[in-house]
Ligand binder design. Structure first.
Ligand SMILES: [Cu+2]
Length: 463
């Protein structure tokens, strides 16, 4: 874990422990608050203490180290403003934990007694809700209902037994519209007591989240409810999302939590998977059926599993096409088929760089137009065959033969065997098979010119 840096919070009086909140252990020192300065995927953190488990890999993230204290697993989360690189070329001013947004993944084992110190370095009070856990009511982290807010500069302690193995999240239940919109969230994994139960070779985790950051700006508009322009995984947008590197024939699990304000049908190419885990725990094997997409609703968590039998570069993406775009305006008229040549000449006298867009479709992967500072390139990923024309909630599962068990390094683009790639037809047009079935007799409406009359609602907003 060479990218970690450490801060000791006992130095300096500004962060003195709130004696009232931590009276039982006030004499003890706080565990180190380890911070992360890199946005890249960090290697799995193999447990050096506590019970054994198979660690997960957090996409563009990391796992929080802990210390054992008399059999209790102690973590230290610091809620604080962070600068998160959304993708190369764009940074955002967010709120997160321990240097990044989302915060680090917390990994524990079923039956572990867990103590989490939460220090608040935000300008307003906060709390942490441990989403999906069975725990004492007073540890549930709902400001006003189960505890007072953690005031700026104060440290609170949460302590409970991780009773149920599964996939969980953490996020504030304090001014949550603002704090979630600013990026306060993280993943939590409770591993089964028996490390061989539901064991897989590679276990990836990430959160679905979304931001509304105007081009050229860096701070999210926290009042946005539906019209987000940055659809992200772990606060990263493709091409800033790392690939999921997998050895051929590995059993692969991908766990996804949704902390946006809409659902996301997550779709994997080239393989079928089963939903092996939901918010409530593992699904019984008899209840699983094969899928290639799983819809993850707001506030939900899903674990999917598959055998990575097919080598290649397989797209993994949200199937809402607007979510595989980067920062885009939605109030744009459709210009397909509209001749804009004459108006272009006039506009170019005023704005020399202006380009006609959309008269042949939306394909803008090859277009170069000056962008405001701190803006993502539109649909900016370059693949081996040209522009990928996708951004936002998109990545690639890279299945390769011959990788080492713990090798997560990007193997580069897949080299398809000769003769296995879609290719251009070189023969004569006359040799093509006739398209479609014979047309019906000209007696009915099928031969008349098509006229579609549609009454559209006056205001339509995408989400
Ligand atoms: Cu989506």
């Amino acid at each position: 874990m060479s990218h970690l840096s450490r801060r000791a919070f006992l130095q300096g009086s500004a962060l003195a422990v709130s004696a009232g909140a931590v009276s039982r252990i006030a004499a003890a020192s706080l565990p180190e608050a380890v911070i992360q300065t890199q946005a890249g995927t960090q290697p799995p953190l193999n447990p050096a203490s506590g019970r054994p488990y198979q660690p997960v890999v957090t996409l563009n993230g990391w796992t929080l180290p802990w210390r054992m204290n008399n059999g209790i697993k102690e973590f230290h989360l610091v809620a604080e403003p962070v600068v998160r690189e959304i993708a190369p070329g764009m940074k955002a001013n967010l709120w997160g934990y321990n240097g990044q947004s989302p915060g680090p993944t917390i990994e524990v084992v079923e039956g572990d007694r867990v103590r989490i110190f939460v220090t608040n370095k935000l300008p307003e009070h906060t709390s942490v809700h441990w989403h999906g856990q069975r725990l004492p009511n007073g540890m549930d982290g709902v400001t006003g209902l189960t505890q007072p807010g953690i005031k700026p500069g104060k440290t609170f302690v949460y302590e409970f037994v991780a009773r149920r193995a599964g996939t969980f999240m953490y996020h504030p239940h304090a001014d949550e519209m603002v704090q979630m919109a600013m990026g306060m969230m993280g993943f939590w994994i409770t591993h089964p007591k028996d490390p061989s139960f539901m064991r897989v070779d590679r276990d990836f985790v990430f959160l679905l989240n979304a931001y509304d950051i105007e081009p050229g700006a860096a701070t999210p508009r926290v009042n946005q409810m539906t019209d987000f322009n940055l659809w992200t995984w772990n606060s990263r947008a493709f091409p800033g999302i790392d690939p999921l590197v997998v050895r051929q024939h590995d059993r692969v699990r991908i766990r996804v939590g949704n902390l946006t304000m809409t659902n996301h049908p997550i779709h994997l190419h080239g393989h079928e998977f089963v939903v092996s885990g939901t918010d409530g725990g593992w699904t019984p094997p008899a209840s699983r059926w094969p899928e290639v997409s799983v819809d993850i609703a707001v506030g939900q968590m899903r674990a999917i599993e598959f055998d990575a039998s097919e080598p290649g570069d397989w797209a993994l993406h949200c199937h809402k096409s607007h979510h595989t775009m980067n920062a885009m305006g939605h109030e744009v008229p459709t210009m397909i088929g509209v001749d804009q040549k004459s108006v272009l000449k006039k506009i170019n006298q005023l704005i020399p760089d202006y380009m006609v867009m959309g008269d042949k479709g939306g394909s803008m992967g090859e277009m170069e137009m000056p962008l405001p500072d701190n803006t993502l390139p539109m649909m900016g990923g370059q693949g081996p065959y040209g522009s990928l024309e996708m951004g936002g909630m998109f990545s690639v599962v890279k299945v390769r033969a011959g990788l080492a068990r713990n090798d997560y390094r990007d193997p580069g683009w897949y080299r398809a065997p000769a003769g296995s790639v879609a290719y251009e037809w070189q023969g004569a047009a006359a040799d093509l098979p006739a398209a479609g079935s014979p047309r019906p007799a000209a007696s009915d409406a099928a031969d008349k010119e098509t006229v579609v009359n549609v009454v559209k609602p006056a205001a339509h907003r995408h989400q």
